[in-house]
Design a protein around this ligand. Structure first.
Ligand code: NOJ
Length: 550
């Protein structure tokens, strides 16, 4: 390993908390920081040692807090800065790291910088955002809003119309368009300084790093993302020198670039439908891209909108094809393994939950996969108990189709599933109306529940050096069976074999395995393995998986 990194990342297992929906301590119907603090023991006991918190800053919440109006202040509905410091401290006591979400690319239209920038009179903030010079100018390919301000011009946005893009400059400004400032322009550098300042502010308050929203979007007209890579490399230098234990996690969705830019981790999510999506969601009705505007920020290698096989690998039908994922994954893994980690997520606040018509066994296989792959696992709150997508909800806070995956956490069988004491009509979003909805309390009491199975898988991960983020990974191609997955994880002192055969019908498959005796099962579900003359044969019934010691 030739990288420097925060020492805790090697063993980190993240829990993602969407604060609105996690736990409401004051009965106003919206989750808050004291609510999160009250659940830290649950988080620790489940086996997580890190938290990613979606944005908690002051905001008009047109995009669930990804539209910040004050980066230095916790939104009053979640509590105070003091509450957040208390969360950092309480988490630390339990060995849990807390990562904040930094919305680096844009603010809310309600931010004071933007309000000043809208003014006709030139001021310090005029160039903090991207404005063209005249309201009749063309936009040069950017998404622009016109008719908003007294200022004679239109402003660029990154996502919704309420999210004006901060001005980090243009890598290749058009000399005829004076409003396209180069990246070394002092006004643009000042925006970078603001970002550095606010990140340092939160590190000094006790947070352990950041997930950076839309990290590659900052610099415009940046072919190959070269300029934005350099931009982030500077941040990494500051982090390495001043905050060596702070983690930088990108929402870049293209690890080869993100890790080169200096991020320690990048999510493997929107890397083309043939990669991550093909694992769990490769079906037309599970189109995770449906919320993304046609104009996507990432014009990079890896995008492939063509569905080659419409069955996802982990579907019970067993008709998926692991090569759809592996082809991209192996390329990214080989290219990045010396520089950082690829994060494997169960779901997140932008995509449908993993439990879309799945049973506990289906989900167990998925969790075992996520927890035995290299890199860093991220579990979205509620996935560990199998919370469902609640279809057909009216959009809240700019969620649109994403709203289905943002409903309140289900803690117990009391009113509002223990999420809040507010009247049901006041809740941020309704609770899953299914009376048989899963909840933490009942699941903890049942040894065979999904939650307890999840905890056991996590215990296995923790107990094995080779399963940590940087344990070696070797994919074993299984000839003539694209619907099974075999791989090895290896560290200095151990070698584990992982087998996954999703498919209600079960079956038999063989592959080459260089071992004198049949590996011993650490955990095998609906699976039997035998080895002879360098060939391993695996029999499965009703979807199986196994973790074996070679
Ligand atoms: C990605 C975030 O995950 C998403 O929720 C948000 O809407 C966009 N970035 C815009 O900030």
């Amino acid at each position: 390993m030739n990288r420097k990194e925060p020492s805790w990342l090697k063993n980190a297992v993240f829990y993602q908390i969407y604060p609105q929906s996690f736990c409401d301590s004051n009965g106003d119907g919206i989750g808050d920081i004291q609510g999160i603090i009250s659940k830290l023991d649950y988080i620790k006991d489940t086996g997580f040692n890190a938290i990613w918190l979606n944005p908690i800053y002051e905001s008009p919440f047109k995009d669930a807090g990804y539209d910040v109006s004050d980066y230095y202040k916790v939104a009053p509905r979640y509590g105070t800065n003091e509450d957040l410091r208390q969360l950092f401290a309480e988490a630390k006591k339990r060995g849990i790291r807390v990562i904040l979400d930094i919305v680096a690319g844009h603010t809310s239209t309600e931010h004071e910088w933007f309000k000043a920038s809208c003014k006709a009179e030139k001021n310090k903030y005029s160039n903090y955002y991207i404005w063209n010079e005249d309201w009749l100018d063309d936009s040069d390919g950017l998404n622009m809003i016109n008719g908003y301000a007294e200022r004679n011009g239109n402003f660029a946005i990154n996502f919704f119309s309420t999210q004006p893009a901060l001005n980090y400059g243009f890598a290749d400004p058009d000399p005829r368009k004076k409003w396209q400032l180069p990246t070394d322009h002092p006004d643009v550098q000042a925006v970078g300084e603001e970002l550095r300042k606010l990140m340092e502010f939160w590190l000094q308050q006790g947070c352990d790093g950041f997930r950076v929203d839309l990290a590659p979007s900052l610099i415009k007209k940046d072919k190959g993302r070269k300029a934005v890579i350099q931009f982030w490399q500077k941040f990494r230098k500051i982090f390495d020198e001043k905050y060596p234990e702070a983690a930088l996690i990108a929402e870049w969705s293209y690890a080869p670039q993100a890790l080169k830019a200096g991020f320690h981790i990048d999510f493997m999510i929107f890397c083309g439908t043939s990669a991550y999506t093909s694992l769990f969601r490769n079906e037309p009705e599970r189109d995770m891209f449906q919320y993304i505007p046609k104009k996507v920020f990432y014009e990079i290698d890896g995008y492939d909108y063509e569905l080659k096989n419409q069955n996802s690998f982990f579907d019970r039908g067993g008709h998926g094809d692991i090569n759809q994922f592996m082809t991209t994954y192996l390329r990214h893994y080989q290219e990045t393994k010396e520089n950082g980690y690829i994060a494997m997520v169960s779901s997140n606040h932008d995509m449908p939950r993993i439990n879309d018509n799945r049973n506990a066994l289906d989900l167990e296989l998925i969790f075992a996969f996520i927890m035995t792959m290299p890199g860093t696992p991220f579990i979205y709150y509620g996935d560990e108990i199998g919370m469902r997508n609640i279809k057909g909800l009216v959009s809240v806070e700019g969620g649109y189709t994403r709203t289905q995956a943002r409903t309140p956490m289900q803690w117990d069988t009391t009113a509002n599933a223990g999420f809040s004491t507010a009247p049901a009509s006041k809740l941020y979003l309704p609770i899953d109306p299914d009376e048989a909805r899963p909840n933490v309390q009942s699941m903890l009491a049942d040894d065979n529940s999904l939650l307890n199975r999840f905890k056991n898988i996590l215990k296995i991960r923790k107990a094995h050096e080779s399963l940590q983020a940087d344990g070696d990974f070797e994919f074993i191609p299984v000839t003539n069976a694209a619907n099974v997955l075999a791989f090895i994880r290896k560290s200095a002192n151990e070698k584990l074999l992982m087998l996954f055969a999703p498919g209600a019908d079960g079956g038999e498959f063989s592959f080459k395995l260089d071992t004198a005796q049949t590996p011993t099962a650490i955990r095998a579900v609906n699976m039997e393995l035998s080895c002879r003359d360098g060939i391993a044969t695996c029999k499965t019934s009703n979807s199986g998986y196994g973790i074996f010691k070679i």
